[in-house]
Design a protein around this ligand. Structure first.
Ligand code: FE2
Length: 288
């Protein structure tokens, strides 16, 4: 009898904890060990929201994941149009195979900005073309500040396209997005570079960069500055980072490449962050 009462108390405890959560988030690992940035949310009422979605090569896994949640996406948020962020979404829009997407939030690049990176322009144009013919409602954000509430999940846009920043132009036009419920907050930096991060740091949205979980910019290297990370407050890191980026290993051994991941990892140690969720190492991470 005592055992049954104990189990009932435990079940009630877990139910009450679950009831307080406005959403569940999954950090989606890459099944091909590449740099896709991909997060899926399910609200307390069962609606699905996606952040980015990863590369074209990662489409199959993402499609299966979304299908298992009902194959219907309430809102899809796009940080910026680099292929590792919009590749899977482009493939899905080209061939939805029954997936329904209600709204897409992004900050559209001008033709000038789009052409500022010759390598990226082709896939960006492909994405915009398929977006324009998709018949999906597209919310084009031209200034920060929009707050959206979907069931128990809230998100706020802290940064949009920075047309004036032509250093590292695509990454520096990453949308920075804060997502939260009553229990937790997450800030997604996308691939924000030094200038993009500092701009938000010096904006009215500075305080909203403080969070429980921080998606480390640009897959963990050459993103925001040391000063940026050391000025904001956060408790844990989300890394959408393949093994070769995490280890800075481009085929010749650990830390022999030209990536700056070890520098970012050192900053996090200096800040005192103990909780890290790394896609290549930890697989699927679920946050409730
Ligand atoms: Fe990226």
């Amino acid at each position: 009898m005592k055992r049954i009462v104990g189990l009932l108390i435990l079940a009630l405890f877990y139910m009450s904890v679950a009831a307080q959560s406005g959403f569940t988030m999954w950090q989606i690992p890459s099944h091909v060990n590449t740099i896709g940035n991909s997060y899926v949310f399910r609200t307390d009422k069962g609606r699905v929201i996606v952040m980015d979605g990863g590369t074209k090569d990662e489409t199959l896994f993402l499609k299966g994941f979304i299908a298992a949640l009902g194959n219907e996406v309430e809102a899809w948020i796009v940080s910026h149009p680099h292929d590792d962020h919009i590749g899977a979404l482009t493939a899905i829009l080209e061939n939805p195979q029954g997936m329904r997407i209600h709204k897409i939030y992004h900050s559209r690049f001008s033709t000038d900005l789009l052409n500022a990176e010759a390598d990226a322009a082709k896939s960006t144009i492909e994405f915009y073309n398929v977006l324009d013919t998709s018949h999906i409602e597209v919310i084009n954000l031209t200034k920060p500040g929009l707050t959206v509430k979907i069931d128990g999940l809230n998100f706020k846009i802290l940064s949009v396209t920075n047309e004036e920043l032509r250093i590292n132009p695509y990454n520096n036009s990453s949308m920075i997005v804060r997502v939260w419920d009553k229990r937790k907050s997450i800030v997604f930096l996308g691939d924000a570079g030094v200038e993009c991060g500092n701009k938000v740091l010096n904006s009215p949205y500075r305080k909203e960069l403080d969070c429980d979980y921080l998606q480390v910019a640009h897959h963990g290297q050459q993103g925001c500055s040391e000063q940026f990370y050391k000025m904001i407050h956060f408790n844990a890191c989300l890394w959408s980072t393949p093994s070769w980026v995490w280890n800075n290993d481009q085929g010749k051994g650990t830390n022999t490449g030209n990536l700056k991941t070890f520098e970012t990892r050192r900053w996090m140690d200096e800040i005192g962050i103990k909780e890290h969720h790394v896609t290549w190492r930890d697989g699927l991470f679920m946050l409730n």
